[in-house]
Design a protein around this ligand. Structure first.
Ligand SMILES: [Zn+2]
Length: 496
């Protein structure tokens, strides 16, 4: 085999992976956005079968040799193929240690567990979900042991979701937050209790909220030729490639902030996917650089832009035009204060910018205890409620508003949550550096996000996965990640 042959074979392999990936993603998307409830069974079987096909196509001697051949000749490769092959090597080593049958079974378990969780959450029934949760945890422990018996299982998962991050890194990160942000929360929450936000919870008909969603998408300049949105129980974004990006939102008639801010949040994820470099398409490197980086973009648009005084002033007249009665006595100042009111609340996705990281800290500490063997799955509701009382001073009235609120664990995703807090912190650092270069707030006030989008594209989006996450932060900021920007930002905003 010569190098040209190897490159062409490798391209075919990536093409095959993309094709399977797209098919499976569409099954997920369909399942979340409109498929009838009982379709979950057939979908589970199909996903399990397809994951087996992906496994066979990728985990075999031929692929192993192909990747080795490319990496043996890496000095003669272009940057994209070289980096893609390096990623493929890691993925191969990760997956090949798990037997195919167990891998397929896990895919089916995830699908079933997710389905049961939906009912459990709806009916406030943790016990019905517990056996699935126990099975997921046992499977993940086993997988972690196959992959790296010397590593603590939770460190294996943390590295999966944010490469290079361990419990040591997150412990340091959260201890900075604990030291600098928690006292601020304890100060700001009681002082803010008289801020009115009752008008955000009036009746906002869903058909009109959809008009608002469309207006937000226009402001964010999402390219409608490459992007579409739908409704689902839990908002998410899916990038097939830069020409096919979807996000979902969820409307609550009695809460306008929920869909509004989840649209801006998912719009941030979509902006990232839509702006990766053209030459990365179909190379295996055309997604976001990491979950933390992805979340830095969604949180940037949601908070640093969306909850700024300039942005709330920009969209206040739009909301007033769509909802004249509900906003009849709401001033721009009222609106700004309402969407920034710090509150000790129960639900992570509805948390304000200041208390958000506490919700993440609760989850991180619980996952850590769970995989370090300090607690069992059956302890989760109790521990959850205790931690909420300890950090936020509130106790959930039931498990639906407590331990069952998030989708992640039902899909076997442990180690994912801390990337949310990390993303928020990265977005503050990026905002600091953007502001040094130009007055982005003036652009927001004018409703023109083009320069902001272009800056983010140059610093973050265009790289896709061509650079490693820490390299991207260095490229964008000229320095390593530093959580103090986030603390400074929150302190400045909330000490007012
Ligand atoms: Zn997100």
């Amino acid at each position: 085999m010569n190098l040209e042959e190897a490159k062409s074979k490798y391209k075919q392999l990536i093409g095959k992976q993309n094709a399977f990936g797209q098919a499976m993603a569409m099954l997920h998307f369909d399942g979340a956005t409109g498929a009838p409830p009982n379709s979950f069974e057939g979908r589970g079987n199909s996903l399990s079968f397809l994951s087996g096909e992906v496994y066979k196509a990728f985990i075999n001697k031929e692929t192993d040799e192909l990747i080795n051949f490319l990496l043996d000749n890496k000095d003669d490769l272009d940057d994209i193929t070289k980096r893609s092959a390096e990623e493929a090597r890691e993925e191969f080593d990760r997956t090949s240690k798990i037997p195919m049958e167990e891998f397929m079974e896990f895919m089916k378990l995830r699908n079933d567990a997710n389905h049961v969780w939906e009912t459990a959450k709806l009916e406030n029934n943790f016990p019905v979900f517990l056996p699935y949760l126990e099975k997921l945890i046992a499977t993940l422990r086993r997988f972690a042991n196959y992959r790296d018996p010397d590593k603590k299982p939770y460190n294996v998962f943390l590295d999966d979701f944010e490469k290079g991050y361990t419990m040591d890194d997150y412990d340091k990160f959260f201890s900075v937050l604990k030291e600098r942000v928690v006292p601020l929360i304890h100060d700001a929450v009681p002082k803010s209790k008289d801020i009115r936000n009752d008008f955000m919870k009036l009746k906002y008909p869903v058909d009109k909220q959809k008009i608002l969603t469309e207006r937000i998408i226009d402001i964010m300049k999402l390219n409608r030729d490459c992007f579409a949105w739908a409704e689902s129980a839990h908002p998410f974004t899916m990038g097939i490639n830069k020409k096919d990006v979807r996000f979902t939102t969820h409307f609550y008639e009695d809460n306008i902030a929920s869909a509004l801010y989840s649209t801006i949040h998912e719009g941030g994820h979509a902006t990232y996917e839509l702006n990766t470099a053209d030459e990365l398409m179909y190379t295996g490197l055309d997604g976001g650089g990491s979950l933390g980086l992805h979340e830095s973009q969604s949180r940037f648009y949601e908070n640093n832009i969306g909850r700024s005084r300039e942005f709330t002033s920009l969209i206040h007249p739009i909301i007033k035009e769509i909802f004249p009665e509900q906003f009849s006595d709401v001033s721009p100042e009222d609106f700004y204060n309402a969407v920034n009111k710090p509150e000790a609340s129960l639900i992570r996705v509805e948390a304000d910018e200041l208390t958000y990281s506490l919700h993440i800290m609760v989850r991180y500490e619980i996952e850590r205890m769970l995989f370090n063997g300090d607690i069992e799955a059956s302890d989760l509701p109790r521990i959850w409620n205790e931690k909420y009382q300890e950090y936020l001073g509130v106790t959930p009235p039931d498990d639906s508003k407590g331990v069952l609120q998030d989708v992640h664990w039902s899909q076997g995703m442990f180690g994912y949550f801390p990337t949310y807090a990390l993303g928020s912190a990265i977005s503050a650092q990026l905002t600091f550096h953007m502001e040094k270069e130009f007055d982005y707030k003036a652009d927001v006030a004018k409703g023109d996000l083009s320069r902001i989008n272009a800056w983010m594209t140059d610093k973050i989006h265009k790289h896709g996965e061509l650079l490693k996450p820490k390299e991207i932060i260095n490229y964008a900021c000229g320095e390593d990640f530093d959580p103090n920007y986030y603390c400074d930002y929150l302190i400045k905003k909330y000490s007012r």
